[in-house]
Design a protein around this ligand. Sequence first.
Ligand code: WTA
Length: 655
Amino acid sequence: MANQFDALLQENRSFPPSDDFRKQANVSDPDIYQKAAADREGYWAGWAKELDWEKPWDKVLEWEPPYAKWYVGGTLNASYNCLDRHLEERGDKTAIIWEGEPGEVRKFTYRQLHREVSKFANVLKSVGVVAGDRVAIYMPLIVEAAVAMLACARIGAVHSVVFGGFSAEALRDRIQDAQAKVLITATSGYRRGALVPLKKTADAAVAECPSIEKVIVAMRRSATEEADETVSMTDGRDLWYHDLMQSASDDCPPTWVDSEHMLFTLYTSGTTGKPKGIVHTTGGFLTVAYATCKWVFDLKPNDVYWCTADIGWVTGHSYVVYGPLANGATVVLYEGAPDWPKKDRFWELIEKHKVTIFYTAPTAIRAFMKWGEQLPQSRDLSSLRLLGSVGEPINPEAWIWYHKYIGNERCPIVDTWWQTETGGIMITPLPGITATKPGSATLPFPGIDAQILDEKGNAIEVGGGYLAITSPWPSMLRGIWGDPERYQQQYWSKWPGIYFTGDGAKRDEDGYFWLLGRVDDVMNVAGHRIGTMEVESALVDHQLVAEAACVGISHEIKGTAIAAFVIVKEAGRELATNDPAKFEQELKNHVAEKIGAIAKPEKILITADLPKTRSGKIMRRLLRDIAEGRALGDVTTLADPTVVASLKEKYEEEA
Ligand code: WTA
């Protein structure tokens, strides 16, 4: 990887913005970086002023590391900013174009969306939800999911969206940790032509969640309007979304909340076995979501904007719901898979809805590359004017392909680096200003202080090290739900007062950042964060597994895939030896059951022992080398060097 990047750095190929784009861009003043840096608080206050506040703040920032408060004393409402404030000027503008996987289309104007959200906010009130309560959302990508999020925001309730692909156990853990009072789910959702039974999974989770008082269920009707009647409803606990909506009033004034009032928690993987609930608050989060959307995607009133992320991830929070709606944009939502019914579904959607801005992940781009450029070439993609990438480093080959075949060598590409914790985009080109280089996320957004530091915290001007953010920013996480110590430990203990991202990066002579991947025990599989410990715990939970170790290995499409080394218990030896394929499948299914299909290991290697240092730490680097079939490095610290030799032999046999 390093060599590949070195070659590119030398080549230093760059793509400046076209004159046309520069002339019409929302921001085209290159001095904006200096201006923002010279008065960071004034600059961020300027952005916040573009939102509507019930009461202005008294102070822009209060910073007592590692705790920040932004727009202190100000009050606002996120749903008001995404809906109400647009009604006068663009009430009849389309806010959401939704397309289900079977092909049905629903459109909502800002006025209609406002009405739905107001009604559902009243529904939430009617089941006893009050400001500060946590509401879990476990839904497919249907309009009701966005309505549910905005309705929570409207009454000051805290949403905790859980990706619909997560298992019952994963959902249960997240509900329990947040102590959610209400769960909003759906009968099912479509994925590759099949109905994913969400309600059934939710039932299994809720059975072990005493905090849940009510479950609200949206009906996912099929394209032919047939109701999915397969679900069972528990009397006194389960309520139909459509029943409640029928009798709900559409008058629900927003609850004004403090700028630092919690807007949502979103669980993400870290270096320990249990995912952590990242906490975001209202004023700062919304300000950055709004600002980055406007400048990074150059959002204009007539844009049709499509971010392909699921609302279960942070990208779905900042760049499907809050950012674009706060800007009054038209947002496309698509429920299903990119390869259903055919591998050109995305291009068909772009053509049909005349999408102008398209934001997706490198893993998808690599899959498109594999499926061939004939597919996009046979569609009319001329509506596109800007492309984005997020979630993992984009390899230069994929960047160039995206530029050539999707952007027709005309659309700027914004490769945006950020995290669940940062709430909004941190490192990115500004399409009217920045000359892009394939594979580089380029420069920190104006008002963001990102640096490359060494172990001791010395800044590295040119070269590689740890990526750090050295000043507070409005959308920074405010903590980990229920675990202040871990917040401190995880992000702020490497260097005092400085945020540690967990990523390695490198900076070139032009000051451009090149992201090199995680430096901790977090894997980025197809753009999804998964902790090695999480998968290891899931494997060890299987009755035939004694010990397990996981590493991320390179994968052509996913970027990273999971390889698991497993020590089998005596009782499992027979199965593992006689029918290894069955055994492997059983373990993979077990991981899917514990976490979700996204965490399934690509490869499972059965071993008699694991390479450990004398102090008992598993040597992951070595496992990675073995799993990827590379020459082995220095093994002198191994307690039992023969372990490696036998592992290596085993790997070579299987390969
Ligand atoms: C990785 C997703 C390189 C990175 C928004 C980060 C990236 C983790 C990029 C956060 C990018 C995200 N280039 N790497 N453009 N974007 N990452 O919390 O390792 O799901 O730490 O947030 O994804 O993942 P998360």
